[in-house]
Design a protein around this ligand. Structure first.
Ligand code: FAD
Length: 510
């Protein structure tokens, strides 16, 4: 069959649909299969989802998207990590930076790769304080300095972004020049009676669209995969938050725009604060077994000391599909999984899933389904989401007992495997070997993300980290590397232009 006649239909025009389309368009090239996005004109996108991880930036650059253009057009801001407020029993805050100092200073043979973190821990210092991004978050700086009117990056680390979901959607659509955009609603499927593969999509007004491969990006509706052989695996036992209450706030006109997400622990969950250029996107994610929406609203208003206008209440059901890829259909985005917005795992998962898929040529996806490529794919995707669910669960291990919700989390809410690991890491140093990586080095949650959170929650001790430095030579090398890096980071943070000024310069304002 002529490759051009192959048709990959992406059903759903939200963030997941358009990211999938752009990545497939790039991989397919001009002679590849036909790619279309089929989007219902009547069903809105989820309308939230404003924080990314650093993988988002890597994908944007790979797609040839200019960062300044992206920031101007989408109202995006920079994100260097998360400020966690109120998650510990002593009420102290901590930063979760997303850069990794260890990546710039390879450890000597026989010493764990995260040796600089262990040097901090062995010295009784905060892990986050060895990161460039923590300095940038504290000082509200950007990742750039300016020379002769040009922006010069201060480090090789990829930062992340906060953005307005609707503007992001319009921007991604405008970049997908080789993708057909079909406005109709998928109502049913025609399947091959022998293989069970989808041959055509039945759409509104009797329209039938022939397909070779379908990517289901229809969000919580799961309009295509929901009709196939895949079940929902719930994480409700370890992630009990099941309602989200988004609202917006104005920026303080006299204040800086913070380059981080605020995750503020509340009485029955937590509240996100995501700065985009013209407002703060906020929301309370809570457990309705512990608080009702009206009381949740009053709790937010008391915390912020101002009234809020709730946009709507969103039901969430933390979990994932048992099989993301069934026959010639792959579910991506909210259709495939959702945890809770902490650590911005959702768009990250979409990108990782697409990167994993694109190890196979887009021409061969339908044949790949026939060759059962989907079994190994499904195992990897399931583990990717399971590992993040465990990581999110860990955030609740700070020992709070001041409300019924926190008492439940502290006494019964932490998964058995996380409880075991916390005990293990209080006796043995946490290292990369404790984590299963993803195939081909795809980005994943490993010790680089765990250590700042464990340390931030005060769950690590000095002794295991001291064990890492069995030889004084290793310790002196680590000291030299860390001192050198910290000096470089301090100088970089001094030279960095303020975040707010950087955003202004992206908008063309100097
Ligand atoms: C409260 C909350 C906060 C979040 N915060 C973050 C965050 O900070 N970071 C992060 O990474 N993610 C976050 N997410 C997740 C993020 O919003 C999603 O991953 C992202 O927006 C992608 O959504 P989607 O495209 O899968 O689905 P949607 O945005 O729901 O889009 C679904 C699309 O499918 C179309 N559609 C539906 N049914 C049909 C049909 N039958 N026929 C044709 N088209 C159809 C709709 O028209 C729409 O275009 C958050 C989610 C929630 C609920």
């Amino acid at each position: 069959m002529d490759a051009k006649q192959n048709h990959i239909a992406i059903v759903g025009g939200g963030t997941a649909g358009w990211l999938a389309a752009l990545m497939l368009q790039k991989a397919a090239g001009p002679t590849g299969p036909r790619i279309s996005v089929i989007e219902s004109p009547n069903i809105p996108t989820v309308g939230v989802g404003e924080g990314s991880t650093s993988v988002f930036r890597q994908v944007l650059l790979d797609l040839g998207i200019d960062e300044t253009d992206f920031i101007r057009e989408t109202g995006a801001t920079l994100k260097f990590g998360i400020k966690h407020a109120g998650w510990r029993k002593d009420g102290k805050d901590y930063f979760g930076p997303i850069d990794d100092p260890n990546a710039l200073s390879p450890a000597p043979a026989g010493i764990p790769s995260n040796w600089l973190h262990h040097l901090q821990l062995a010295a009784g210092k905060k892990v986050a304080d060895s990161h460039l991004f923590t300095g940038l978050m504290r000082a509200s700086k950007s990742a750039y300095t300016q020379k002769d009117g040009r922006l010069i990056p201060l480090s090789p680390y990829h930062h992340a972004y906060h953005f307005d979901q609707a503007r992001l959607g319009r921007y991604l659509t405008s970049r997908a020049s080789d993708v057909d955009h079909i406005l109709t609603e998928v109502e049913g499927l025609r399947r091959d009676p022998q293989t069970g593969h989808i041959c055509a999509l039945h759409c509104t007004e009797g329209q039938e669209i022939a397909v070779d491969f379908v990517v289901d990006c229809t969000g919580f509706r799961r309009a295509v995969i929901g009709q196939l052989d895949s079940t929902w695996v719930s994480y409700a036992d370890m992630l009990p938050l099941n309602k989200a209450m988004p609202f917006w706030l104005e920026h303080d006109p006299k204040g800086d725009i913070a380059p981080y997400t605020l995750a503020q622990a509340m009485g029955s969950g937590w509240m996100w604060g995501i700065p985009v250029q013209d407002r703060m996107g906020c929301g309370y994610v809570f457990s309705d077994a512990h608080i009702d929406p009206d009381t949740a609203k009053r709790e937010v208003e008391a915390k912020l000391r101002r009234p809020i206008e709730v946009r709507r209440i969103i039901d969430i059901s933390p979990g994932r599909l048992s099989r993301a890829w069934v026959g010639n259909c792959l579910a991506v985005g909210l259709a495939q999984s959702f945890l809770e917005p902490l650590e911005a795992t959702s768009i990250h998962g979409t990108l990782v899933q697409m990167l994993l898929l694109l190890r196979n040529s887009p021409d061969g996806l339908a044949e790949g389904a026939a060759r059962d490529l989907n079994d190994s794919y499904n195992r990897t995707v399931a583990r990717q989401v399971d590992d993040f669910a465990q990581f999110i669960n860990l955030h609740y291990a700070g020992g709070r007992t001041d409300t019924p919700f926190w008492r439940d989390m502290t006494t019964n809410g932490i998964s058995a495997s996380q409880r075991d690991r916390i005990v293990e890491w209080q006796n043995q140093p946490i290292t990369r070997a404790d984590f299963d990586t993803l195939p081909g080095g795809l980005p994943h949650v490993e010790e680089q993300l765990y250590t700042p959170v464990l340390d931030g929650l005060d769950l690590l001790k000095k002794a295991p980290s001291k064990k890492v430095f069995a030889t004084t030579l290793a310790k002196s090398d680590a000291r030299k590397s860390l001192a050198g890096l910290k000096a470089e980071f301090a100088s970089a943070a001094r030279k960095a232009i303020p975040h707010t000024a950087y955003l202004q310069s992206c908008r063309g304002g100097g």
